[in-house]
Design a binder for this molecule. Sequence first.
Ligand SMILES: Cc1cc2nc3c(=O)[nH]c(=O)nc-3n(C[C@H](O)[C@H](O)[C@H](O)COP(=O)(O)OP(=O)(O)OC[C@H]3O[C@@H](n4cnc5c(N)ncnc54)[C@H](O)[C@@H]3O)c2cc1C
Length: 163
Amino acid sequence: MVQKMRRNKQKLSAEECEALLKQNTSGVLALVDNDGSPYAVPLSYVYSQNKLYFHSAAEGHKIAAIQACEKASFCVIDQDQVVPQEYTTYYRSVIAFGTVRISTDEQESEAAMRLLALKYYPQDSEEHRIHTIEASKSAYEVLVFTIERMSGKQARELIKGKR
Ligand SMILES: Cc1cc2nc3c(=O)[nH]c(=O)nc-3n(C[C@H](O)[C@H](O)[C@H](O)COP(=O)(O)OP(=O)(O)OC[C@H]3O[C@@H](n4cnc5c(N)ncnc54)[C@H](O)[C@@H]3O)c2cc1C
């Protein structure tokens, strides 16, 4: 279902959505499991060229759900500033919609692990980074989320020029 945003002025541009995905370090992956129940699980991720990459243990609820249904969405909250005196929250978030699969391509998995390592520990030495990726290879799967569309929204109060 493609639902248009009702408050169009609050909509973020594609560039803003992309920047927000690059800046943040976690989001919630929403899946549908084999009995049709929703399962939303928080994960670290890296964004690159219209794809999101995750690493995961090879078994568990999330893997079973991905095997049952490839459709997914991923939500990242960029800002959650509660303003009590206004009974509101100055928020900014993005939701990506698409499909997710378990990578079966070794080169793709290694490249994704490298992107994750560079994002989360950029100060690491190249030697240690390679060693860590190599050592954890058999313990993890790489999940690849292909983004079909994205929407981003912010609180009225955060619209540039308004504050
Ligand atoms: C900020 C953040 C970043 C994370 N990054 C990663 C990551 O990069 N890779 C990764 O694999 N995991 C990450 N996790 C942990 C992740 O949320 C899951 O716990 C983990 O991936 C196991 O998922 P699963 O579906 O295989 O769980 P299973 O062990 O199969 O889950 C069984 C049940 O446990 C419960 N459960 C599982 N996880 C959670 C949870 N986080 N909170 C509450 N209940 C839960 C659910 O009821 C689920 O049905 C992260 C968590 C947080 C909060």
